[in-house]
Design a protein around this ligand. Sequence first.
Ligand code: UDP
Length: 317
Amino acid sequence: MVHHYGPHYFRTNHDSVIQYLSRFTEWIDGNYIVKSKVGDKTYPFPINLETLEQFFGIKDLSVDQAEQLLEEKRIDIRDPQNSEEFVLSRLGPELYNAFYLGYTLKQWGKHPKELDASVCGRIPIKLNRDPYYVEHKFRKFPSEGFTSMFSRMINHPLINVKLNTDYFALKDKIVPQKATIYTGPIDRFYNFEFGKLEWRSLDFVFEALETEFAQECVQINYPGDTQFTRKVEIKHVTGQEHSETVVCTEYPKAEGEPYYPVPNKENHRRYLQYKAKADTENKVYFVGRLAEYTYINSDEAILKGLQLFDELSERHF
Ligand code: UDP
């Protein structure tokens, strides 16, 4: 089992999302452990006490000592305006240069100065020894994978799925009785009339290997001098038992299927023009990462879907 569209490490703090999805899946523990390869050494990532110990060559760092150390390293920037300022204000230049700068340049094709603080701000800084990538209260993974979960979700007599069908070829024929819920790129919906929004895409290169495990944890980040950003061996998370394995290497690119909005002021300004138009629509609703041009995780996208459904059912049903 592999993730064709990049790793999805399901986690959430929202009870309604857990309850809803649990109708369609059982769960296994989310073994989401990530490391970052800086030079020839591999460090725990997000940065935690062990990363600081290894990086600065200090033993048995206490929380107080780590705070003191970061206090000495960080740059005094009160209200960080972009991802560079955010990381410098939390961790200082050495850790920024080693773990963030190169990765971000590759991932976005932009300098961290040109990206909102929230982009690098997604990554927690952890003054503990917890090795997991995320800190949410529910950190679990669908026991048979996402495909089974979604197959059960759409297995309903009133749900008719049309694959390989271009919505825009049919758009004029689809007149919503109650609602159209659009989850594609919002600029495409309006034929790019306010100009193209920027999106970021990836090439996923899969390699099957004749070994049970190829790397020590599910994801290794490469902030250094490679064209790719990370290598993912999802088997660490799916729990699948197999004598062989698959590693997926991610190469970021500007063109191709849109996977990420590019969060900065200019794109946001353009998005607001589209949003103003979308807000005047009758019976067409825009939801999700692409339709709302927002860098949300899958649990947040599902939460937005559930909230919209509640809103529509009050109005229509
Ligand atoms: N990031 C980084 N170094 C890393 C991992 C992440 O600089 O080793 C930055 C980078 O800009 C990235 C952002 O933090 O795009 C968010 O990372 P996350 O792992 O959440 O990205 P996703 O899994 O959504 O691609």
